[in-house]
Unconditional design. Structure first.
Length: 249
């Protein structure tokens, strides 16, 4: 029951986050994830386009007959590009989370000072330390998500299990994104391992935060702009209000 209660708390934190962002003037931080998202998206698109030519030429040379060689090259190139794009879109989310770490940590810190100024600040991490921590956490989450996704896709061929594969995949994605968002609020108090141990006790909060993150990210253009500052703010509120953080620092 606590797990589901925490999911609702993670979702509800978004309502307060909107007001706090306006009050503390945190909208300026939206430009950072937007810029990173554009760079990563353009890079992935470029790689996908180049992959099309490489895969097409490979299969055209591999195809043993003259008949159908151009058709097979076109199909294989298209499928190769789609594969790169799909992987790229999954990776983009975590790359943006990782590369935005130093800036989103500042958002979480402003909210902490506003809501809980009495909490003992143990931070002092510099830009590069925050960036390395963000990369370590989010690329690790990416690897775990891809592994679980592959496992679930294999099990999806079992008729009874296939019905719950899609909602499980959505919840897994939500959890790992929520963990990344919540860690921004813990960087000032815990090292990497301590943060992971702490977050394991509040998986519901992470899922609740990640659910709205994934839904907001689906909104064309606007979603890319608002999703990270809003979800990080909501995660900070959830951590400060619904965990035993004050007893752990």
């Amino acid at each position: 029951m606590k797990f589901f209660k925490n999911i609702s708390r993670g979702l509800a934190a978004y309502a307060q986050a909107t007001g706090l962002i306006r009050e503390l003037r945190l909208w300026t931080y939206m430009a950072i994830p937007l810029g990173i998202s554009l760079v990563v998206t353009l890079s992935v698109s470029t790689i996908a386009w180049q992959t099309k030519s490489v895969v097409s030429n490979y299969f055209k040379g591999f195809w043993p007959w003259t008949f159908g060689a151009d058709f097979m090259a076109s199909v294989s190139g298209f499928l190769g590009s789609i594969g790169v794009l799909l992987m790229g879109f999954i990776m983009t989310k975590y790359l943006v989370l990782a590369l935005s770490a130093p800036f989103m940590s500042a958002v979480a810190e402003k909210i902490r000072i506003h809501l809980r100024p009495e909490l003992d600040f143990q931070g002092g991490n510099n830009f590069w330390a925050l960036l390395w921590r963000g990369l370590r956490l989010n690329l690790g989450n990416l690897a775990r998500e891809l592994g679980l996704t592959l496992l679930l896709l294999i099990f999806s061929f079992i008729p009874a299990f296939g019905l719950i594969t899609t909602p499980l995949l959505f919840l897994i994605q939500a959890y790992f994104v929520g963990v990344g968002n919540m860690d921004y609020s813990l960087e000032a108090f815990f090292n990497y391992r301590q943060s992971k141990s702490f977050l394991n006790q509040y998986r519901g909060l992470a899922v609740g935060n990640g659910i709205l993150f994934n839904l907001l990210a689906l909104i064309p253009f606007v979603g890319v702009i608002i999703v990270l500052p809003l979800s990080v703010s909501a995660a900070a509120i959830a951590v400060l209000k619904h965990t035993d953080l004050e007893h752990r620092v």
